[in-house]
Design a protein around this ligand. Structure first.
Ligand code: NAD
Length: 340
């Protein structure tokens, strides 16, 4: 239980009450990221089989144990509730939650948009943050901007690693140039086994030639394993449909066709197959062509680079929400705030 409270700029006591929807690889990592924070407290978590809520804060270790040993946080005693409509039921319970991190699979490609509609319809007001990846998925949320605004929701979209941290780095690096020629994101991900991040891996497979979001979604675990056996556990992805492009275009930095995203994912080795980086090439006001490169430390995991920024943007979203600023924002237009 966390009792310590921090003071915001108006000297108002404030601890941001967080819910995490989806309690797989990223959801559990998100819970572990929040655990030592003073400014945030994890009060709610939901997965496909249930949800858990505690006004005093969920016991993170016990929540992870319930999920891993029994299949759902709904089994957590005494905070858990078993449910096949966990998100709807959690919202209907009207527990006070200031912001949710949507660590949900976006399978099908409109799943997160449909969850957002549930939030709007429920009358809940607060901050939502996602780590959504596809351009077409962010576009669905952009189309809901006015609805989010009138519902009193501040939605921060594309706030993981890519899109997210790397898109924001590109937006900052762009400031040296008068014209941006190319933004090239190359990510390396190493995970010990694909089952810890099933949705992430299925969504990555959906970018491979011959696959679609729907065909990847309906693949059985055995089919995923058979594919990974053929590639030695490595997925190589090129010219991906990644929302970094629409986010940088909306932020006025460059046209979307100047943004290129690709990467290599090793599902059998936690060591990154290459260093994740973003290269921003442009022309300065003096006419020089140059490239800035921002490279993530190899020791930082995908989970660290997704969950840290997601909560940084959630904190920024809370500040906007308190100022009465609602609607939809992306990682390329708002600075994340560091969560203490
Ligand atoms: P996962 O498969 O490990 O876990 C998904 C979780 O969602 C599970 O707990 C499952 O029970 C829950 N869930 C599924 N359907 C649900 C429903 N209807 N109601 C409630 N809960 C439900 O997923 P993951 O690998 O942690 O990935 C989560 C998301 O994060 C994916 O969409 C992935 O693309 C995204 N991601 C983004 C980035 C980035 O940099 N932007 C990086 C990695 C992953």
């Amino acid at each position: 239980m966390k009792t310590e409270q921090t003071l915001d700029n108006n000297n108002t006591p404030q601890t941001i009450r967080i819910g995490v929807l989806g309690f797989g690889g990223l959801g559990q990592a998100a819970a572990r990221v929040i655990a030592p924070k003073r400014e945030m407290i994890l009060v709610a978590a939901a997965d496909k089989g249930g949800y858990a809520y505690s006004v005093e804060g969920l016991d993170v270790q016990a929540s992870i144990k319930a999920y891993q040993s029994q299949g759902s946080v709904g089994y957590l005693e005494p905070a858990g509730t078993i449910s096949n409509n966990s998100i709807e039921d959690l919202l209907a319970s009207n527990h006070p939650v200031d912001g949710y991190f949507l660590a949900l699979p976006n399978l099908p490609n409109d799943f997160i948009a449909s969850v957002t509609k549930q939030f709007i319809q429920s009358g809940w007001r607060g901050v939502l943050v996602d780590a959504i990846k596809r351009t077409s998925a962010v576009e669905q949320l952009l189309a809901m901007k006015a609805e989010l605004q009138s519902a009193g929701i501040t939605y921060m979209s594309g706030c993981g690693a890519t899109p997210g941290l790397l898109t924001a780095a590109a937006a900052i690096a762009a400031q040296s140039y008068a014209e941006i020629h190319q933004v090239k994101i190359t990510f390396g991900v190493g995970i010990a086994n694909w089952e810890a991040y099933r949705a992430t891996i299925r969504e990555d497979i959906a970018h491979m030639p011959g696959y679609t979001v729907d065909s990847a979604r309906t693949m059985t675990d055995e089919e995923v394993e058979a594919l990974l056996d053929k590639t030695n556990g490595v997925l190589t992805l090129e010219n991906m449909e990644h929302a970094d492009d629409v986010m940088l275009e909306l932020a006025g930095i460059c046209d979307r066709d100047r943004v290129i995203v690709g990467g290599v994912v090793d599902t059998r080795n936690p060591k990154k197959p290459l260093s994740t980086n973003v290269q921003i090439t442009g022309r300065t006001f003096e006419g020089k062509i140059s490239t800035h490169t921002f490279t993530l430390g190899d020791e930082t995991s995908m989970a660290a680079n997704v969950c840290g920024p997601a909560f940084g943007y959630l904190k920024a979203g809370v500040k906007l929400h308190q100022q009465g600023i609602h609607g939809l924002f992306t990682a390329a237009e708002i600075m994340p705030l560091f969560v203490k």
